[in-house]
Design a binder for this molecule. Structure first.
Ligand SMILES: [Zn+2]
Length: 98
């Protein structure tokens, strides 16, 4: 399935630890560096908007409490922005057209 998001990077196939959605691409969060994701980068599940981290081999996992505690206010703002956008895309899809 083609992601509705721009700026996708191909990543190894892994699944969201929360909802099980298979992921093989990632989008840089707005304001992040333009490059492809690296281990330790945060990402957001395109299906359930869970906050995730790329681990070793770019397999996504849930962030630890230490990792989320270390987020600065600007990172939190970007994450919430990304999560809201995922949720908006899904609510838009489910809205009847016309
Ligand atoms: Zn998910």
């Amino acid at each position: 399935m083609v992601s509705p998001y721009a700026t996708d990077f191909v990543t190894p196939l892994s699944s969201c630890p929360r909802c099980g959605e298979l992921m093989s691409a990632a989008e840089a969060l707005p304001g992040n560096s333009e490059g492809p994701p690296e281990p330790g980068c945060f990402t957001i599940c395109g299906a359930c908007a869970a906050l995730l981290v790329f681990g070793q081999g770019l397999i996504v996992r849930q962030p630890t409490k230490d990792e989320t505690d270390a987020l600065d206010p600007e990172q939190r703002r970007r994450i919430v922005f990304g999560q809201n956008r995922v949720l908006a895309v899904h609510s838009h899809k489910e809205m009847p057209r016309g």
